[in-house]
Design a protein around this ligand. Structure first.
Ligand code: NAD
Ligand code: DAU
Length: 337
């Protein structure tokens, strides 16, 4: 068992990071959370407005490639664990411009690993099932599946995973890797399919479906992912754990469910050109984390998608703010630079 007390969460202003930071502050009484985020287009402090004055939460505006800053933060806050969410995370953007994906996802992870190694800090890399590539109609990704990424995004995540493994193997560091399937829930930036669909439906805009819409993803409600990461960080002895919801759905199924919940017509769906190199199917075998650590998802897809649609409907101001460009000056405006 590990009992981290001073946790550096990177990317804690993004979708999953925000949910993880809130979970730690709400559910784990003794920990201090140092939240380091570069506040790219995907990071929004408005998502954390209720936690900015919390004494156990320290926000640092910074880049994971900044080794000096990382060393200073690790020293000043006696960091004993790093959970690395910080990344460029959108596949379509990686097709348009791969370079920043390598810079942040690979070189940023390397900078974090160096700091963790020098200060004997446990390191957990939040990775993705996309490192395994694409499945046909049958089979599942297990932790033993060969890594075979297909997009610049997943290639950069796979490269980072290899670095993490190499630091554990070569330097004997305490390193962990989680590989999760598609997350959904509150605070997801509306470039990703589910919040994009909800937002477009709300505004009466068309919903773009790539190709035939029969690609399959394994959806997991974001708080279930956060609990899995905490389990792995505190209890895992092995290096790699897959995390998945056992909720395989085609994209058309997901969009249909959202439109039904919103009382909108399927005529909003517009089939558009397919994503280049589009992975057909992801599906996770999560039996290792279930049998070894006793983790299971607690939110069904039906419940999770209902809660997600309701959350976005109740937080239209959040959606308007993160899509307006307004939030870019939010930190400086509210916290003075
Ligand atoms: P996100 O894009 O919503 O958030 C990423 C966060 O990282 C943002 O707050 C951004 O400002 C920050 N960031 C980007 N570059 C940075 C840098 N150089 N230095 C510091 N901060 C930086 O991403 P997300 O969906 O929350 O994903 C978080 C992590 O989980 C990623 O590593 C992603 O690969 C992984 N993951 C995501 C999913 C998913 O379905 N969203 C599934 C499995 C794994
Ligand atoms: O599997 C985990 C991964 O899930 C994470 O590692 C990534 O960070 C995360 O972005 C997500 O990747 P996907 O590419 O699966 O997610 P996205 O929401 O972009 O797309 C989901 C599916 O919907 C995919 O098959 C592409 C399709 N799609 C997406 C968009 C944005 C559409 O058909 N239309 C769209 O407009």
């Amino acid at each position: 068992m590990r009992e981290p007390k001073n946790i550096l969460v990177t990317g804690g202003a993004g979708f999953i990071g925000v949910n993880f930071v809130k979970m730690l502050l709400d559910e784990v009484p003794d920990v201090k959370v140092v939240n380091l985020d570069a506040l790219t287009y995907a990071g929004n402090l408005t998502s954390l407005h209720d936690k900015m004055d919390e004494p156990r939460h320290v926000f640092v505006h910074g880049d994971i490639r900044d080794s000096d800053l990382l060393s200073r933060v690790a020293r000043e806050h006696s960091i004993d664990a790093i959970v690395n969410f910080a990344a460029e995370s959108h596949v379509d953007r990686s097709i348009e411009g791969p370079k920043v994906f390598v810079e942040t996802n690979v070189l940023g992870t390397l900078a974090l690993l160096e700091v963790a190694r020098n200060a004997d800090i446990t390191f957990l890399q939040v990775s993705t099932d996309e490192v395994y590539g694409s499945l046909g109609d049958e089979g599942y990704f297990s932790e033993e599946t060969n890594v075979k990424p297909n997009s610049p995004y997943s290639a950069s995540k796979a490269a980072a995973d290899h670095l993490v493994h190499s630091f554990k193997h070569t330097f004997g560091m305490d390193c962990l890797i989680t590989r999760c399937s598609n997350n959904y829930g509150p605070y997801q930036f509306p470039e990703k399919m589910i919040p994009l669909c909800i937002n477009n439906a709300r505004l009466g805009r068309k919903i773009p479906i790539y190709g035939d819409g029969m690609q399959v993803r394994d959806w997991l409600f974001v708080t279930d992912h956060c609990h899995a990461i905490w389990k792995v960080l505190t209890e895992a002895e092995d290096e790699v754990f897959n995390v998945g919801g056992n909720n395989e759905k085609t994209n058309l199924d997901v969009v249909g469910a959202i439109l039904a919940l919103m009382g909108k017509d399927e005529s909003l769906i517009e089939f558009v050109e397919d994503r280049p190199g589009h992975d057909r199917r992801y599906a996770i075998d999560a039996s290792k984390i279930q049998s070894r650590l006793g983790w299971t998802p607690s939110v069904t897809f039906e419940e999770g998608i209902r809660r997600t649609v309701a959350w976005y409907q109740e937080h239209q101001a959040w959606m308007d703010e993160v899509t307006s460009g307004e939030y870019l000056g939010y930190y400086e405006r509210v916290y003075g630079g």
